[in-house]
Write a protein that binds this ligand. Sequence first.
Ligand SMILES: Nc1ncnc2c1ncn2[C@@H]1O[C@H](COP(=O)(O)OP(=O)(O)O)[C@@H](O)[C@H]1O
Ligand SMILES: N[C@@H](CC(=O)OP(=O)(O)O)C(=O)O
Length: 814
Amino acid sequence: MKVLKFGGTSVGTVNSLTNVKRIVEEIPGRKVVVVSALGGITDLLIATARLAVADDIAYLDSYARIVERHIAVIDGVVPESRRDATLAMVKMMLDELGNIFKGVMLLHDLSPRALDIIVSYGERLSSVIVSNAIKGATHFDSRTFIRTKEGPHGANVLDSELTNRLIEEKVCAYEWDTAVMGGFLATDAKGEVTNLGRGGSDYTAAIMAAALDADILEIWTDVDGFMTADPRVIDTAYVIDELTYTEAMELCNFGAKVIYPPTIYPVYHKNIPILVKNTFNPSAPGTRISNEPPHRKPSDKAIKGISSINDTCLVTITSLCMVGVIGVNSRIFNALTAKGVSVFLVSQAASENNTTIAVRNADADLAVRTLREEFATELATGMFNDVVAERDLATVAVVGENMKHTTGLAGKLFNTVGRNGINVIACAQGASETNISFVIERKSLRKALNVIHDSFFLSECQVLNLFLIGVGNVGRSLMQQISKQQEKLLREKNLRINVVGIASSKRGVFNRDGLDVADWRRLLDEEGIDVTPDIIRREVLNMNIFNSVFVDCTASADVAALYKDLLSHNVNVVAANKIAASGDYDVYKELKETARRKDVKYLFETNVGAGLPIINTINSLINSGDKILKIEAVVSGTLNYIFNVLAADVPLSRAVVMAKEAGYTEPDPRIDLSGKDVIRKLVILAREAGYEVSQEDVEKNLFIPEEMLAGEADEFISKVASLDEEFEKMRGDAEAAHRHFRFVASFDNGHLSVGLRSVDSDHPFYNLAGSNNVILLTTDRYMEYPMVIKGYGAGAEVTAAGVFADIISIANIR
Ligand SMILES: Nc1ncnc2c1ncn2[C@@H]1O[C@H](COP(=O)(O)OP(=O)(O)O)[C@@H](O)[C@H]1O
Ligand SMILES: N[C@@H](CC(=O)OP(=O)(O)O)C(=O)O
């Protein structure tokens, strides 16, 4: 025999009730059907009662909605032959309910008992409707056999013995094929209406299954089964095929709403399996919960599921005198038990000098008061420190019986959350090793659940969440490359690039579910908000999303000023922007140290030589014990391009315009022409080589007079024309002598300089076409023949590719 429970989500509408009817009618033989109130009705009953007691006439509208919903489903699912009789019964109950609400309003009294009576109408009404909708069904009033008694601290608890006896008498003794009854409902020893607690219909069904020795208990809901995490929080959560009772219990106790926690015990005790099924997709296999250990496959994950509660307060009692003293914990728990405070996590270090317990926020004050009273003498003498409460926290539990076979799991877990800037405030793992629970700040809960789910369940697929700032040449190219490459990276490298923010200097669009980069222009125009760097910072930090990467493709000092805060919040930074790495030395150093301390990356490979592997190479040399002695470099693609295109018919001013049009220059070409861009790059190279240098340390032999650089960027090009003649002469002389002009950056024996040099055909810089860059590194190991790195050193495509490579290196994929 089967016991089937249909939750509020399954009996909420005509459509879902039609499915319920079909599912039940197709099952041959005897079955018990336990139903919840129509979805949302229990909450509506409570809300209506609260309006009535507050003398708020709006209760009548609320009551009218309750009436409407019930009448509508009768019209939709009860066969015509029984419709009038059902309507009459339901209307009678609804009238009673209306009178009760009126009484509550007139008396201004809503006792717990009255509220219990009011909520009972939910299941009383739904069970009458369902029993009339299903062919050949018999209705049973569960108030006549589900009995509660007073438990500790006045709570209603199931009177199992009496209930089992009454089920025998009131249900088993009768002939029926399909028994339909309301879940949740009960009566107490005095015959008053009570219930089994919110979500209690599952429990009713489990009690019935155990009492009737059913073959199976089926919990029908609106998802395909028990999932790896709450699907409303984690959109990649998926259905678990099999769970043991222990695993299900651990997950349900900790907020996995799909099954009410007390449900497991009665069926576990009788070894009756539970099957969680979807009313809206009955052919899906669902989740089977049983005693049999799941059939272990090599591909099985160590963790079966994650659940959480966001209502946590930690209460800590500390004393150096607690060490080795017997009975402190017993006093803590006895005192709390006497006051009815439920403790759901305990953590005590082996040093024994403090004990931390987790309670619900609502119990926090009582817990603190109770412990202060219990340890009043010790507190007065200063033996114990004051009892402290830390509120607004959340607890996460990761669960799985396979955890006990897996070493390094706790390490991976805490490393994963730590790298994402989530601080673990307390943790507990029982020796059964089926559950690791830990407490974090409530604001980080969503991030923690996502990052754990991502790294433990989708371990073959890693996610990077990107904020792309700057939609100039490089930013636009990067978005094109990402859009083209996204699918391939997912397919071949299991790397999911999820763009969660795009911003220009004026507009920004942010969405944690991901944005279509190919559509960036429309998104910014139609869905964007006005932004400033500070607004961008707030959007990134407030999203608080895991594995996040801030990609700066701007040339803005204000955006660069955000890095410190972002890195401190465990956001990786990839910068094409050179300002931070070449600016104030202390800032540069601090950014690198912050990244190291927070275990995130601050990468800026494209700051020198666009996509060429220069900074990574210098780092590899240094890390393997080499020493950089000398750097000679042509690192301005723009200047090299300009000197290469200069010709009798291409004067300097024209060459500058051509460089800008080809997308080689900085947004403001004066940054290139003034040598500032090369100075910055040289400083970055020397710093990465391990030297404490700044832009002021660079000897500057520039070729554009200082006064020409003042004023607006647009005027600059026309001013440059005044240099055309002089440059043409220089060019002619150089050509006659078979020499080429190069703007060279040099670091030699601690001395930094930049300047224009003419080189002859023997020099490695002589053949350097277009906008190419070249770097010569003389090191301890590359002394006689310096290492040469050469290639395209400017241009949106190669720079964006370098930025993309930095982003991908964060994921650490091969
Ligand atoms: N781990 C989980 N697996 C499946 N569902 C979950 C989980 N955690 C939370 N849920 C939520 O529980 C809901 C089902 O519970 P509930 O709304 O009480 O349904 P019912 O009315 O059928 O009893 C699902 O719609 C889902 O959003
Ligand atoms: N109707 C009750 C009992 C119940 O179990 O409902 P559901 O199965 O929809 O969670 C409640 O809302 O608490």
